[in-house]
Design a protein around this ligand. Structure first.
Ligand code: SF4
Ligand code: F3S
Length: 106
């Protein structure tokens, strides 16, 4: 499965959702997650993300491993998103910031 990680938090560009053939992205207030039970590993979303937030599960950097269970958990709680929308208003301010997992809003 593929996993959305730190760079997405407080940015949420949503380019990724347009290409997913199985609509497995789920949307929260300031972050998106992939449902690991739905993702078919097509890899299409990886290149779409302008901040390179999406990794194959096996390639998630060590400092972002907590995002793997977080994607699985929040995918069960958040609604599906299938169409691209504008990024969050202050996305530019946050795009270079790392270690944002504690800022994910439920
Ligand atoms: Fe969707 Fe493919 Fe990305 Fe999985 S790898 S989330 S199936 S676009
Ligand atoms: Fe997030 Fe990148 Fe998609 S910032 S919403 S994973 S395009």
């Amino acid at each position: 499965t593929y996993v959305v990680t730190d760079a997405c938090v407080k940015c949420k560009y949503t380019d990724c959702v347009d290409v997913c053939p199985v609509d497995c992205f789920h949307e929260g207030p300031n972050f998106l997650v992939i449902d690991p039970d739905e993702c078919i590993d097509c890899t299409l979303c990886v290149a779409e993300c302008p901040v390179e937030a999406i990794y194959a599960e096996d390639d998630v950097p060590e400092n972002m491993l907590d995002y793997i269970p977080l994607n699985a958990e929040l995918a069960k709680e958040w609604p599906t998103i299938v169409e691209k929308k504008d990024p969050l208003a202050d996305h530019e301010e946050w795009s270079g910031v790392t270690g944002k997992i504690h800022l994910v809003e439920r």
